[in-house]
Write a protein of this length. Sequence first.
Length: 477
Amino acid sequence: MELNGVKETPRETSVLIVGAGPCGLALACDLARRGVPALLVEQTPALFPGSRGKGVQPRTREVLDDLGVGDAVRAHGGPAPVGMVWQDGERVGEHRMFRVAAPTDAEPYGEPWMMPQWRTQEILLARLRELGGDVAFSTALTGLAQDADGVTAQLSTGPVRASFLVAADGGRSTVRRALGIAMTGETVDPAPMLVADVRVAEDALDRLNWHMTNGDAGYLTLCPLPGTTDFQLVAQFKEGEPDTTPEGVRAVVAERTHLEAQDVTEVLWSSDFRPRAALADRFRAGRVFLAGDAAHVHSPAGGQGLNTSVQDAYNLGWKLGQVLRHGAPAALLDSYEEERRPIAAEMLGLSTRIHRGEQERGAAAQQLGIGYREGPLSAGRAGVLEAGDRAPDGPTDGRRLFDVFRGPHFTLLAVGTDAELPEPAGPSVRVHRMDAYEAYGKGVFLIRPDGYVGWAGEDAAGLAEYGAALGLDLERG
């Protein structure tokens, strides 16, 4: 390859990830713990500085726990504050924003967790560095070409050759546009929005509530961000365009609340956007995959965008690992789009309905009910579960099932049965037996690395054939 007349040898890696948002960072962490060489590049000089995606749903908390950052998420986040509605400078009543349920053995997280997006990214970057990876900042993708054996990417720092490329570079994805993949969608709300991270004088506004006003000009909310001294400001503009300057942010607060402009002591970050919902026509083109906002753009209502994005990474990571490290057929990668695109479409619809007030932020928003029963990797049923279901947590031998599942391996789980099990070759499958448990019933379950039941049966008959398609040696011992 020649650059300015000089032949340059491309740097080589197994996976090139473009974009160091929550999706790209989660994927890089997952690949690093699998021993898959990956290069994560980000065109900006630092991580995204804003709070934008602040709600971490219960299912995503489970994912982050498996990736090794559960303790950090608990330490730096907190539950959603109770909404407080204001009118004419007076408090007029509480408003519950989210469904809150008591934790259970099967579902250990009963409510969304609030944490600014910049903190989520910092936590994931710290974990990536623990695993030996990092982000190449100030590195932009300027072109790409692919062939039967890999992808050659032109970066601002030089060429890179990778077996696969993952576009996690946001709603204006450079990669998606280079591939010519269209986004199909709609404007959710024609009124533009202002979002900003601000600090408010301590004696001007309490941090116990999520403060809300709604007037002729549009609604405005100020949400205290746990683990920080900041509030996230969101304001709708039924007329005109948002002014994102510090003066403009202070002015809209003064116009729509009982606060004075000077009560906003700092404006840390601000942006404007128009809520829309859009889905990429494809999530894959050859050796290039779209993930996160590059594949689907949500209204922020309901807190689904960041969560769906992290779970894209969680679905794709183990499949890339099986193909690149464990000899699984390349056809396994076809299942990424087949499984994730319908889920993204479902979550887009949910976000839009919540934004328009047509549906509450109920159980569906927590994503614990998401599954892949109709997916190409789901086979069989046993007990009360069907292949494709989320594998429940629960107590076992003085620990939790999620402790058994945690890591890049599959788990062959026998519940309430003494059925003969294979002795897997290598560490990629671990075997665990436990007494009958109502969340499972009785049976044999192969739990995928992303926490879903891949295969289920009363005994292990047919398991070896299923495992072969995933690069697993499950011949009977």
